[in-house]
Design a protein around this ligand. Structure first.
Ligand code: IPE
Ligand code: IPE
Ligand code: MG
Ligand code: MG
Ligand code: MG
Length: 305
């Protein structure tokens, strides 16, 4: 576990370096906007989505007996960084008073507290658009067909049929105590799962995975995404604010239904573990090659932040 956490930490540093190098400071009246974008994306967060992009890429190379070239590695880092910028945007907006109204994120004042509401809204918009500048730029991803396919796959995962649709439903079902499990699953798949499974999809495109390899990895990531959100809901109830870097019992305070409020702690824990095992079963036959993805599946449910 400690060894895995070191790997995750190293990955975070790489992504932070990319963001620090390519996310500018602004050159004129947009300086404050860039400051706010950098504040919420660099130097915080577990960066597990970028880790999943990179490790899915490594896995595809390994099972096809190919080496991961430096240029392919750099493409995975660029795509992973763009996805992390999108994830940071979603958290800035998620914390706004009109949404979860959360004052602390990643151990610091949330963007709208540090800056102001309009800056937080625009910093989120800025990170979202900037991510597509990176994906669309031939400096980072050389093949134009891959660039356009990745743009499509990411846009679909985070738009109204993906993350944003899930966030809308998550808000609309606030205070609906008797919401059924199917709806909770729909919400989680859209608000969290879609972006997580998109990470494996993007790596599959970049590394020319076969259709079978791609669908197997996306399936793996779908189980990870579900386990990850159930663990987030469990941590909301029982986690430690200091290690998590965000307030606990937010869902209770906001009366946001989640896996734990609907299933109870015990069943929710069991479900998270089942999803993590299902993810592992899909990749386990590749013993050596799957080590990091297996560790990620375990970490997803055994984390304290
Ligand atoms: C938090 O995501 C929001 C969810 C989708 C559950 P993370 O737990 O990945 O947050 P960071 O990036 O590490 O801060
Ligand atoms: C956030 O879910 C999902 C997205 C930002 C898309 P949560 O509201 O549960 O995330 P936390 O608990 O605030 O990190
Ligand atoms: Mg929320
Ligand atoms: Mg929230
Ligand atoms: Mg949560």
């Amino acid at each position: 576990m400690i060894e895995f956490q070191n790997k995750l930490e190293k990955n975070s540093q790489k992504i932070d370096r990319f963001l620090d190098s390519y996310l500018p400071f602004g050159n004129s009246l947009n300086s404050k906007l860039f400051e706010a974008m950098r504040y919420s994306s660099i130097g915080g967060g577990k960066k597990i989505r970028a880790f999943l992009v990179l490790e899915s890429g490594r896995f595809i190379c390994a099972i096809n007996n190919k080496t991961l070239t430096k240029s392919k590695y750099n493409e995975l880092i660029a795509a992973g960084s763009a996805i992390e910028a999108i994830h940071s945007y979603s958290l800035i907006h998620d914390d706004l008073p009109a949404m979860d109204n959360s004052p602390v994120r990643r151990g610091k004042p949330s963007n709208h507290i540090k800056f102001d509401h309009h800056t937080a809204i625009l910093a989120g918009d800025g990170l979202l658009s900037w991510a597509f500048e990176i994906i669309g730029d031939s400096t980072f991803i050389s093949n134009s067909e891959k660039r356009s396919e990745i743009c499509f796959v990411i846009a679909r995962a985070i738009g109204p049929n993906g993350m944003v649709g899930g966030q809308q439903a998550d808000m609309d079902y606030t205070k609906h105590k008797s919401i059924d499990l199917d709806k909770i699953e729909w919400i989680q798949y859209h608000k969290t799962g879609a972006l997580i499974s998109c990470c494996s999809h993007v790596a599959s495109i970049l590394l020319n995975a076969s259709n079978d390899q791609k669908s197997n990895l996306i399936n793996y990531a779908n189980h990870i995404g579900l386990a990850f959100q159930i663990a987030d809901d469990l941590l909301d109830l029982d986690g430690n604010e200091e290690s998590m870097g965000k307030p606990v019992r937010q869902d209770m305070k906001n009366e946001t239904p989640n896996f734990v409020t609907i299933l109870g702690k015990e069943k929710a824990t069991k479900r998270a573990l089942e999803e993590s095992s299902k993810a592992i079963n899909l990749i386990q036959k590749f013993k050596q090659e799957s080590e990091n993805l297996v560790s990620l599946a375990k970490y997803t449910v055994n984390r304290n932040k």
